[in-house]
Design a protein around this ligand. Structure first.
Ligand code: F6P
Length: 373
């Protein structure tokens, strides 16, 4: 192996630069040249890449948020939206252009840093003969086969800090404070931040909620003299007899990410205000969860992921996703992770949601967090 390329694709997550740095350093140590495609699969399609150098552009980036090589979350090269000469929208498979680029550039392996959508393309490239190694990035922590994705710990920390801050203002005003957090169709950020931040209620996509159960919890707190409550709501949460709250549906239609979630927190806050008579306020944490500097946990995890990825490539192990399982770095085949038989999750893709026998559910219930059921 002489020459490798990295791309970062999909929504950014804290730790991307730490992974890039670890890959570059480990590659250089083994006399392998490292390059980065600009803006994810878009750069691969346009054959736009830069040389990465641990003493140059890949230096001083360990604690930096974002990604030094950019990302895009709307470029599915296997089904790309293009406008033809007649001005009509068409969807085209341009993956062979990418394959040719990789061959012409002489890259021996492509490292794809991304979530389930990115890894699906990675798997599809591997089926076309490209040697790929995926690294699971997402604040949502919803990638199959790994216990934790990088970026997730930072998102939980940001949400926890927000809950600490909401606590004091909620108490001062005797209010219900609702915090809406990200995570798409998985409730990991909600559940862990509610545990870490002393939330009273955590509404996750995996448990469609009954608003009356939440009201009961708040009334019980009132009866104990607690005039305020903290409610953490997943953006993908839904009532048991209703649907998820969609902010916008994009009419480019065909990608995994054509639904913008948003509004679940406000919906819950309005109902709680009406049903309890307590004033409610909503905070939507949004992109602060994935911007900025990674926690030390994410810097270490990202570094482990990057080192392991290059080690696997040097051992000739390709078409896998690097995983962190039971405290150890390992790997699973891309086929296991996003292939047709990997139906593990919910919604439209193979995502890892919280199972009802997950210890976190038990912990939450035992400390009295209402899960809306
Ligand atoms: O997947 C990461 C994530 O931040 C989700 O938690 C959120 O729903 C989504 O991306 C937002 O995506 P976009 O960057 O397209 O607004």
């Amino acid at each position: 192996m002489k020459k490798i390329a990295i791309l970062t694709n999909g929504g950014d997550a804290p730790g991307l630069n730490a992974v890039i740095r670890a890959i570059v350093k480990t590659a250089e140590k083994n006399n392998v040249e490292c390059y980065g495609f600009i803006e994810g699969y878009k750069g691969l399609l346009d054959n736009n890449f830069v040389k990465l150098d641990s003493k140059g552009n890949a230096s001083g980036i360990l604690n930096r948020g974002g990604t030094i090589i950019g990302t895009s979350n709307s470029t599915n090269v296997f089904n790309l939206k293009v406008v033809n000469e007649k001005g009509e929208v068409e969807y085209k498979d341009l993956s062979d252009v990418c394959v040719q680029n990789i061959k012409d550039d002489g890259f021996d392996c492509l490292f794809t840093l991304g979530g389930d959508g990115t890894q699906k393309s990675s798997r599809d490239f591997s089926l076309k003969g490209i040697k790929c190694i995926g690294i699971p990035k997402t604040i949502d922590n919803d990638v199959v086969a790994t216990d934790v994705t990088f970026g997730y710990n930072t998102a939980v920390s940001v949400a926890t800090e927000a809950l600490d801050r909401l606590h004091t203002t909620a108490e001062a005003h005797h209010r219900i404070m609702v915090l809406e957090v990200m995570g798409r169709y998985a409730g990991w950020i909600t559940l862990e931040s509610a545990i870490a931040g002393g939330g009273d209620v955590a509404l996750i996509p995996e448990i469609p909620y009954d608003i009356n159960k939440v009201v009961e919890k708040i009334e019980n707190r009132k009866a104990q003299g607690k005039q305020f409550s903290i409610v953490v709501v997943s953006e993908g949460a839904r009532p048991k007899d209703g649907t998820i709250t969609v902010k916008r549906t994009l009419n480019d239609g065909q990608g995994l990410d054509n639904i913008r979630l948003g509004g679940a927190g406000e919906k819950v806050a309005l109902e709680l205000e009406e049903l309890t008579g307590l004033t409610s306020r909503t905070t939507v944490l949004g992109y602060t969860q994935r911007g900025g500097t990674p926690t030390s946990f994410d810097r270490i995890l990202s570094t482990k992921y990057g080192v392991k990825a290059v080690e696997l490539a040097l051992q000739g192990i390709f078409n896998v996703l690097v995983t962190y399982k039971n405290g150890e770095m390992s790997y699973a085949t891309l086929e296991e992770v996003v292939g047709e038989n990997a139906k593990v999750g919910a919604a439209s893709s193979n995502i890892r949601t919280i199972k009802m026998d997950d210890p976190l559910i038990n912990v939450a219930r035992n400390i009295g967090i209402c899960l809306g059921d």
